[in-house]
Design a protein around this ligand. Structure first.
Ligand SMILES: Nc1nc2c(ncn2[C@@H]2O[C@H](COP(=O)(O)OP(=O)(O)O)[C@@H](O)[C@H]2O)c(=O)[nH]1
Ligand SMILES: [Mg+2]
Length: 281
């Protein structure tokens, strides 16, 4: 594995940045990113020598999710993770259900953390901070996200990415309700404007993160956590890459109120972007 966490000197790294161009950990003025870079740079500094033995495998991967009354979908989602990763990925569900979801999760070998339902971000923050494994992938427990993309996401991390973000809008996201699709295009446009970096899907539920990144940053948002998980790392100079994914129709009912949830996400995007801009001064 080559140098892994790519902190730049306080300026935003562009999405899709070629990994080597972004490496300048010694110049990092961003404390958090710099500390993460120090922690993650391997002793094998010669990229040419980086062999397969240093690369992350599915044994290094945790797939995590909030689960709230998802008994229709959870079996399929966990079966998919198991078959794609050959049963090697750890699965963590932070669960607030009053249906059979946690039971089914345990039957599939998942680690279940019980939590009173308090919203998407409260559950997912707990989910990403629970595992010890070095790579954490988030997903929704509704069968919308393609677990077949896990190998590609892991490959991007092995290529140097700190965050790999699944872009649902690239392929059109036909399975998404039209109102949500429009809203998601608008969120991406506003976030891009406020960050000065073009992003395409700020509210996707499927991303891979190096564990250092989720541990180094203090997360504040609930419904808007997904956007925050993209914006803060990007604006702190981490190597953040969007990759197109296919998005499928949901099994079971959504837990997000489109109007109230949409307003909360818009507020999170503006707040987090402004906070991160101010942090640079
Ligand atoms: N534990 C927990 N999980 C939640 C909560 N709210 C949403 N989720 C889960 O978070 C994921 C995203 O929610 P979802 O309804 O799919 O939102 P959408 O994709 O925007 O329609 C799903 O797996 C939900 O079960 C909550 O309050 N507690
Ligand atoms: Mg969903």
């Amino acid at each position: 594995m080559s140098d892994s966490v790519h902190a730049t000197n306080g300026t935003a790294a562009s999405v899709e940045t070629e990994s080597d161009a972004a490496i300048d950990a010694t110049d990092a003025t961003d404390d958090a990113a710099s500390a993460a870079a120090d922690a993650a740079i391997t002793s094998d500094d010669d990229a040419g020598d980086a062999g397969d033995a240093d690369e992350y495998t599915f044994d290094d991967l945790s797939v995590v999710m909030g689960t709230y009354n998802e008994e229709e979908a959870i079996g399929t989602v966990l079966d998919d993770v198991e078959s794609v990763t050959d049963g090697k990925a750890e699965i963590v569900c932070v669960d607030g259900s009053d249906d059979r979801t946690p039971e089914i999760a345990r039957e599939h070998g998942a680690r279940v953390v019980e939590q009173e339902p308090q919203g998407y971000g409260v559950a997912v923050r707990e989910a990403i901070l629970t595992p010890d494994r070095p790579v954490v992938v988030t997903t929704d427990c509704d069968d919308t996200y393609p677990m077949e993309a896990l190998p590609e996401f892991l490959a991007e991390v092995n290529d140097g990415a700190d965050v790999v973000s699944g872009d649902r809008l690239y392929h059109g996201a036909e399975a998404m309700p039209a109102f949500n699709r429009l809203g998601n295009h608008a969120f991406a446009a506003v976030a891009s404007l406020l960050m000065g970096e073009r992003v395409h899907d700020t509210t996707t539920g499927m991303r891979a993160y190096r564990r250092e990144v989720v541990e180094e940053i203090g997360w504040t948002e609930n419904t808007g956590l997904s956007a925050e998980l993209l914006i803060r790392p990007l604006m702190r100079g981490y190597d953040v890459r969007e990759r197109p994914i296919h998005y499928a129709e949901r099994l079971g009912d959504t837990k997000l109120d489109p109007i109230g949830g949409g307003a909360a996400i818009a507020k999170s995007i503006v707040t987090v972007c402004l906070e991160e801009q101010l942090r640079r001064f």
